[in-house]
Design a protein around this ligand. Structure first.
Ligand SMILES: C[S@@+](CC[C@H](N)C(=O)[O-])C[C@H]1O[C@@H](n2cnc3c(N)ncnc32)[C@H](O)[C@@H]1O
Length: 243
């Protein structure tokens, strides 16, 4: 599915304040990603899609570094990162149009790469920004992610499987960690599912808001098809070193 960058930017901008309260699985994935990092002193780090700093906060407490660059397509994200880091550089704009002329020892990103239309091309794009022996660490999601939403609405990102990511990474990277886990959330009613999606920016899947009638149809079908009101997340954790 093609994702409209303007919609993605707008929905994430709107969700900045609520994101961390609702992003339970993204928080778990961030912790697993940090735990999987090789223990090194990273002289320069580039974080892509930093958002409100959910990963940033956890990362800077756990690792040592000299220079930190934080990117997000939403410029307002800088307001949040300013509260976490005193000395850093904010790079506004798409992660796929970086305006920076240096290399990094670590490029890291939590819960962004699933929004890229072509993962393989995106990883090619990041390669020149990695220093020799540089580490690329990211989380994304496997095809079962949000399977309930795909079944009910036909809307889904083009998630890659662990095997597909393995094949892409192997071309240029030595894989250090590549694993996935599943986490099922349960809600009190289907409206809560929609609110959860809105508050974590995932409603960027949809270019315009649902009408009252569409919401009712969605809720009725959700209850019918998934009486336990479950929503599946399937994060993938990937850490790899440039060959
Ligand atoms: C699901 S949030 C993840 C936020 C944060 N990384 C975390 O640890 O939870 C995705 C973030 O990526 C940003 N984003 C989406 N598309 C982007 C792009 N092409 N380039 C840079 N940032 C992007 C969004 O604005 C949002 O802040």
């Amino acid at each position: 599915m093609y994702t409209d960058p303007k919609t993605v930017k707008n929905q994430f901008k709107k969700s900045l304040d609520t994101y961390e309260k609702y992003a339970v699985v993204q928080s778990l994935a961030a912790e697993k990603l940090i735990d999987a990092l090789p223990e090194e002193n990273y002289s320069s780090i580039l974080e892509l899609g930093c958002g409100s700093g959910l990963l940033t906060k956890k990362l800077v407490q756990k690792i040592s570094f000299q220079k930190y660059y934080a990117n997000d397509i939403v410029d307002k994200s800088k307001v949040y990162i300013d509260k976490i880091l005193n000395d850093y550089t904010f790079l506004g704009g798409s992660a796929l149009r970086l305006n920076v002329n240096r290399q990094f020892n670590l490029i890291i990103s939590n819960a962004l790469f699933q929004w890229f239309d072509n993962l393989e091309k995106s990883l090619e794009y990041f390669k020149p920004y990695l220093a020799k022996d540089g580490t690329l660490a990211f989380t994304t999601f496997a095809p079962d992610n949000y399977k309930e939403i795909r079944t009910l609405t036909g809307l889904s990102l083009e998630y890659k499987s662990v095997n597909e990511i393995k094949k892409i990474l192997e071309k240029n990277f030595e894989i250090l960690t590549l694993e996935s886990f599943e986490y099922t959330m349960h809600f009190k009613n289907p409206l809560e599912v929609l609110v959860h999606m809105k508050n974590t920016g995932v409603n960027a899947l949809c270019s315009k808001p649902l009408s009252v009638k569409e919401v009712k149809v969605f809720c009725d079908r959700y209850k019918e098809t998934y009486p336990d009101l479950s929503l599946t997340y399937s994060p993938i954790i990937a850490v790899a070193k440039l060959k």
